[in-house]
Design a protein around this ligand. Structure first.
Ligand code: ZN
Length: 83
């Protein structure tokens, strides 16, 4: 929705943006010795209610990349022997 302006679920272009704030929805990041948090903006479809969340600030994304572990899904072993 952020890039297309259209809801991927119902194809409506009736999309609203809820700006990110420093509240319980923001992501904790610490930087420069004090705690701060990355605001998470939400894009809401006005027709079906579908919601997408984005960290819009590139600076905040950089902080998140520094603070959090990169997700690596566990893949099943390729050569697994059956008993
Ligand atoms: Zn929708």
């Amino acid at each position: 929705m952020k890039t297309t302006g259209k809801c991927p679920k119902c194809d409506s272009d009736n999309v609203f943006i809820v700006p990110g704030r420093q509240d319980e929805t923001s992501i904790m990041v610490d930087w420069g010795g004090f705690f701060t948090s990355a605001a998470v903006a939400r894009y809401v479809c006005g027709k079906c209610g579908y919601v997408e969340s984005f960290v819009d600030s590139l600076e905040d994304l950089d902080r998140i990349r520094r603070k959090y572990k990169r997700y690596a899904p566990e893949t099943p072993q390729a050569e697994q022997e059956t008993p």
